[in-house]
Design a protein around this ligand. Structure first.
Ligand SMILES: NC(=O)c1ccc[n+]([C@@H]2O[C@H](COP(=O)([O-])OP(=O)(O)OC[C@H]3O[C@@H](n4cnc5c(N)ncnc54)[C@H](O)[C@@H]3O)[C@@H](O)[C@H]2O)c1
Length: 367
């Protein structure tokens, strides 16, 4: 997960927050600490031009605070552009809780975290991310209304991951159309890395479409479960980046597209759910372009989840949510064509569109 964030330690000491490479004029960064519950969390609010900053909470055993801070800065920035490109009236925010979700997550810790979210009076609205369950959001809901992704029996929309997976599937089909001339994934060799909430649902979509699916994960139990449920193959090698494949679907953590993996990557298309897949956006976006690998920008195609949780705020209508999510197919094709026509990377093309919308709102607000 550690990415381009490292500066030499003297610089880090002098400018530990605003001086980070991942700091991108974020509006607010909130450090939360509670001795009794052991909570150590950071909430990042990147931009609220389009609306309140909505983004999930990730719990992860970060190796150090720099890693956690840079993750939240990168993730919250990504949310700004995800909501903007999807046409939602939301800003970008995200939270990270430092710790192992399996052993350190307690109801008291989740509620204390909820109190911090509440203290921001709605500038930040949370939801699930890696290490979180719907039941955790229900605990947060006990102390604040500024949470989405809560259980259906508590008035929420439940786990957004199947909708996210559907959007990724649509984005992948569009990228396949762009690269192979057909969006049929039948017979295509797809490697899904990370078969958690989103990865598993993506596998289901892919199998239904006739793709030849290989799965990889660090969790052996899940691997066996998903293999048995969908009849897919568990990756048995040591380095999947060296394997021959048509499509690589990163659905675990970010920054897996970097100098090291790009020197080996065999895929023709990359389309997955993970946030911040490009370790260094411009550099690795360009390297993909040079290698002729079609990259479906992560923040564009993994927006199904945010579309789903946004509907919790606006009035839930499943058909409308699926229609908007399906439209990721059209937007992805447009972005890929625009990038080719203008000689820019697909990531740049997607960012351009998202920034245009934010800029237009800024102008509206001024007039
Ligand atoms: N859940 C959503 O709706 C949603 C929405 C948008 C983006 N995302 C992003 O999609 C990704 C997956 O989200 P999720 O909700 O499925 O999370 P999850 O925690 O349910 O699943 C993540 C999976 O990745 C596996 N994993 C972790 N490190 C790995 C590694 N090095 N190699 C292989 N597997 C590894 C984990 O064991 C786990 O099974 C995350 O990057 C998340 O930020 C999720």
């Amino acid at each position: 997960m550690l990415t381009e964030v490292k500066k030499n330690s003297k610089e880090l000491m002098a400018d530990p927050v605003f001086g980070q490479l991942s700091f991108d004029n974020h509006e607010q960064v909130v450090f939360c600490s509670d001795k009794d519950t052991g909570l150590r969390a950071i909430i990042g609010i990147h931009d609220t031009t389009l609306g309140p900053a909505l983004g999930g909470t990730r719990m992860w055993a970060y190796q150090n605070e720099w890693e956690a801070l840079n993750d939240v800065l990168r993730l919250s920035r990504g949310m700004t552009y995800k909501s903007a490109i999807t046409g939602l009236n939301l800003g970008g925010g995200k939270a990270v809780i430092i710790g192992d979700a399996k052993t350190q997550k307690t109801p008291e810790l989740m509620k204390k975290f909820g109190e911090y979210v509440h203290s921001l009076s709605g500038r930040y609205i949370t939801a699930e991310d890696v290490g979180m369950e719907t039941s955790d959001m229900d605990l947060v809901r006990e102390v604040t209304p500024y949470v989405t992704g809560i259980s259906e029996d508590k008035g929420g929309s439940g786990n957004p991951s199947p909708v996210t997976a559907y959007g990724v599937f649509m984005g992948m089909k569009a990228a396949a159309k762009h690269k192979f001339g057909t969006d049929l994934l039948e017979g295509k060799r797809v490697f899904v890395q990370g078969i958690g909430h989103v990865g598993e649902a993506l596998v289901e979509n892919l199998v239904e479409d006739g793709a030849i699916v290989t799965i990889a994960d660090i969790n052996q139990e899940r691997l066996a479960y998903v293999r048995d449920k969908y009849g897919v193959t568990i990756y048995g090698g040591n380095d999947l980046y060296t394997e021959s494949m048509d499509i690589y679907a990163p659905c675990a953590l970010g920054a897996t597209i970097n100098d090291d993996t790009l020197s080996k990557l065999q895929a023709k298309v990359i389309a997955g759910a993970a946030n911040n897949q490009l370790a260094i956006e411009d550099r690795h976006g360009k390297m993909l372009q040079d290698k002729g690998i079609v990259y479906a920008p992560d923040f564009l195609i993994n927006a199904g989840g945010i579309i789903n949780v946004y509907a919790e705020l606006e009035g839930y209508n499943k058909a409308e949510i699926m229609r908007k999510t399906e439209n990721i197919y059209n937007t992805t094709l447009e972005i890929l064509n625009h990038a080719d026509a203008n000689g820019i990377t697909s990531n740049q093309a997607a960012l351009e569109l998202a920034k245009k919308r934010i800029e237009a709102r800024k102008q509206e607000n001024k007039s």
